[in-house]
Design a protein. Structure first.
Length: 130
């Protein structure tokens, strides 16, 4: 019997009309350095070497719709980002080019859209593990 191969998540990749523009947005948002830049591709990652985000240019990119509707591209995935202060995190994201979603399903979470239209959520951890 062969041993199970090792699997390591290296990154999450987001498609965008312009990979470099979206990488710059998330670089400014998260403060992570650029790890790799190629035509149509960019990667950012935290300095500690843990998994980062990759971005690829997709000429046929369609902005996701959130909340979902049957007639438009669904979001498929989103990023949950822990912050220490919800209001200042939202202000920072807006200054970088994000927009706040009209629909906010929870009082203690803020849903925003990155410049390519991908939804992402900010939250402040509360409770015993905070």
């Amino acid at each position: 019997m062969n041993p199970q191969p090792r699997f390591t998540l290296a990154a999450t990749t987001l498609d965008a009309p312009d990979a470099h523009e979206l990488a710059q947005f998330y670089q400014g948002l998260l403060g992570w350095p650029m790890r790799k830049v190629e035509p149509g591709w960019a990667e950012i990652a935290p300095p500690d070497g843990s998994p980062g985000l990759s971005f690829q240019t997709e000429p046929l990119f369609a902005r996701p719709r959130w909340p979902s509707t049957r007639s438009e591209q669904q979001m498929m995935m989103h990023l949950d980002i822990e912050v220490n202060d919800l209001s200042s995190a939202v202000e920072h994201a807006l200054a970088l080019g994000a927009t706040v979603a009209d629909f906010q399903p929870q009082d203690d979470v803020r849903v925003l859209f990155d410049p390519a239209g991908h939804p992402f959520c900010f939250f402040v951890r509360t409770g015993p593990s905070a």
